[in-house]
Write a protein that binds this ligand. Structure first.
Ligand code: AMP
Ligand code: GLY
Length: 424
């Protein structure tokens, strides 16, 4: 099989690493990829949102399957673009239709979907500039903290949590009237605040059946103790100690099954990953958000724990035979610690030489934001490297990642030293 993988982060490096191990792979291309993905296939200089460029490449290279890493091409409708084209229709796309991708692309769509299918989530209301008066009254009727969410994609910045009512009201105005997040905040979802501990659960679905992947927990804030600004994610662990069998049963019965059934009953074409961003409130799971893709850095711990051939599973997705495929996992824990650029998530410099990568033997170093300069590897993003290790338990896996990190250097390198500590 000839495969094109779209994206350039740690998630895509982890996927490329796994796809390259498949017995049914003939050739792997990654667009645009990074200095790490290059070891597993050929990088192609194409943006994941350049549908015309992707079309030309897919036709010229006789690509059989396109695996979509990030959300943007999905929300922009890459699945539908392929379906509408006579030459592309036979090419398998791993990712939902544009309509299905609204589970991530529109918070209001996701909340309404959950209401229709009685899936546990925070109580909410959706407001626009026209209904701002009701929105302000809705806020007044609630107890703080106040959760305001821009409806559309806002590069992970569209959620505000405020303790003060007046501040919440003024932010609501700025989102709806001053378009604080552009068109993404022309609608705002106001939610009840849920107090609990978060985790990420993933399934792969062909629209009929699904396979559950290992759960993970990511660490979103830049500072230790989960303080400071939000980032793309500073590390992840899998399994999650508090996600025991009884909790995962609730997730299965109350959340996953109704979601997959709901997609099917509403005839929403969905062939790809569903990422359930969950919060456990006193042992009961609620959906904080859906994403229509894998998580990053969760992929860097989830995919290493998958034993089965990932392309066999993707083939099952494409041909609606996922239920006939076998899925097995590696019975080890995995942890990843993200090394970032100094200054991230604010301004940071790129192009710093990275040293020590070749000395790492006990970890897998997934590249998140790197570029190749001849044989050297340079930093090329805020999140630079995801250092993943296996262990007989999380403590061992984390220790190995921190030992490996001690051998990697670049100007301004920063990482959190407390990944996993809250749940161990
Ligand atoms: P989202 O983009 O919807 O995942 O929101 C970003 C982050 O805001 C989540 O990971 C949570 O930490 C937090 N959050 C979102 N919604 C709520 C809520 N209803 N209650 C508490 N925290 C929330
Ligand atoms: N780690 C959270 C995300 O990928 O959205």
């Amino acid at each position: 099989m000839k495969v094109l993988l779209l994206g350039s982060g740690g998630r895509e490096h982890a996927l490329a690493w796994k796809i390259a191990q498949s017995s049914i792979l003939d050739e792997l291309f990654i667009a645009p990829g990074n200095a790490g993905t290059k070891k597993h296939g050929k990088n192609v200089d194409l943006a994941p949102t350049d549908f015309e460029g992707i079309k030309e490449f897919v036709i010229a290279q006789l690509i059989d399957m396109v695996i979509v890493g990030p959300e943007e091409p999905l929300v922009n409708g890459i699945y539908d673009y392929f379906q509408a084209d006579d030459q592309l229709r036979k090419v398998a796309i791993i990712g939902p239709s544009k309509f299905g991708a609204q589970l991530e692309g529109s918070k209001d769509f996701a909340k309404a979907f959950m209401s229709r299918h009685a899936i546990p989530t925070a109580k909410y209301g959706t407001f626009t500039a026209e209904t701002i008066t009701q929105g302000l009254a809705f806020l007044s009727s609630m107890k703080g903290p106040y959760v305001l969410k821009a409806d559309g994609l806002a590069a992970g910045k569209g959620v505000l949590i405020l303790s003060d009512l007046d501040e919440a009201k003024s932010e609501l105005k700025s989102m709806l009237i001053d378009e604080k997040f552009g068109a993404a905040s022309s609608k705002v979802v106001i939610e009840q605040f849920l107090d609990g501990i978060e985790l990420s659960v993933f399934v792969l679905t062909d629209g009929e059946s699904f396979k559950l992947l290992p759960e993970a927990k990511d660490y979103k804030r830049i500072g230790e103790g989960d303080t400071g600004l939000n980032t793309g994610g500073m590390g992840a662990i899998s399994p999650v100690p508090f996600a025991d069998a009884s909790f995962m049963d609730k997730v299965h019965n109350r959340i996953i099954v109704p979601t997959i059934k709901g997609l099917k009953s509403e005839k929403i074409t969905y062939k790809g990953f569903v990422f359930f961003g969950l919060i456990s409130v006193k042992g009961d799971p609620y959906v904080i958000e859906y994403n229509c893709r894998m998580g990053d850095p969760e992929t860097e711990v989830v995919i290493p724990r998958l034993k089965s051939d990932i392309l066999d599973l993707f083939e099952g997705v494409a041909s609606n035979t996922l239920s006939e495929r076998d899925i097995q996992f590696i019975d080890k824990s995995a942890a990843t610690v993200m090394m970032v650029s100094g200054g991230y998530p604010g301004d940071y410099e790129k192009g710093k030489s990275i040293f020590g990568l070749n000395s790492i033997v006990d970890s897998i170093v997934f590249h998140a934001g790197t570029s190749a300069d001849g044989p050297s590897v340079l930093t090329a993003g805020g999140r630079v490297l995801a250092v993943t290790s296996y262990g007989k338990n999380l403590e061992v896996a984390l220790e190995k990642s921190y030992d490996s990190i001690a051998k990697i250097t670049y100007d301004g390198a920063y990482y959190r030293k407390d990944i996993g500590q809250d749940v161990l």
